[in-house]
Design a protein around this ligand. Sequence first.
Ligand code: SF4
Length: 355
Amino acid sequence: MKERRNTKKITIGTVKIGGDAPIAVQSMCSTDTHDTEACLMQTRALAASGCDIVRLAVPDMAAAKTFAFLKEHEIRVPLVADIHFDYRIALEAAACGADKIRINPGNIGEDAHVRAVVDACRTHHLPIRIGVNSGSLEKHILAKYGAPTAEALVESALYHVSLLEKFDFTDIVISIKASTVGEMICANRLLAEKCAYPLHLGVTEAGTAHMGTIKSAVGIGSLLCDGIGDTIRVSLTDDPVEEVREAHNILRALELEETGINLVSCPTCGRTQIPLIAMVKEFEARMDAGEIRTDRKLRVAMMGCVVNGPGEAREADLGIAGGKDEAVLFRHGEIVKKVPAKDAVNALIAAINEA
Ligand code: SF4
């Protein structure tokens, strides 16, 4: 892992993005923004699942009022208003309590409109996220490059940035999203060299929970390994709570989470003499059900055999390794005790909860 890029730290409600702030997980409501009750329920579900920032689409003035409703109902998770083209909706969302505005200043017309949005954001202490994606490149940039290449996406992002900087506004987060993973990685690497603003990472139109998670893990994960990225969204054609879960899993896989269990388990082989696959599934289900403490950072191993298990999982804080109808519980590679295989998951969970 490369050292994290030093970016400008910005504030969005109660959350910081950039600098040394933890990588923030974002998602977006899939509910109709006019349906205030549905948005309230989904925002609460997202916040409860560990979402740090929730975005809502704001297609018109009426939808902007939902921010006021959510704030009145004690929603504390920062809320982002996602606006296209009409700067007056941005002003309304800012007045109604949005914590960040996502708008591309190049799309809202004359300078006076950009200035009005900048002034409103300054008054309410709101950052602006510029979001560039391959489907919405400016015509002159597309004509120059002939296709939405990484260079074209970066030029577009920096063009929007310049329109805000013109009014001395620098509380900016940038996202560049492309639906091919390789292009998204290249574009963000290029952008990271050219500015110090925090970057929001995501693969747009990534697909269903399974394939979309794979694409996101490759795209977001590669950049995080490069030290690039300050906030992430896993876009899935699914319940947004799933997006949050998979975003945390990506962070956990890279050991970037400050708490939680990073589960290491072997693929099983001819040496395995315990039902390891079923045991790992049971462990995960009980973790999802909240039976296992996840308020500290732990690496937990579940290995099929004692021949290689404790050794291969030497880095684990705690683990089990199977024998014949029994398992050993080990801590930092040292065997603590033997238990019957049927009790092994319980013994592991008890040891984690006591640790
Ligand atoms: S830990 Fe043991 S059972 Fe698991 S794959 Fe390695 S050798 Fe096979």
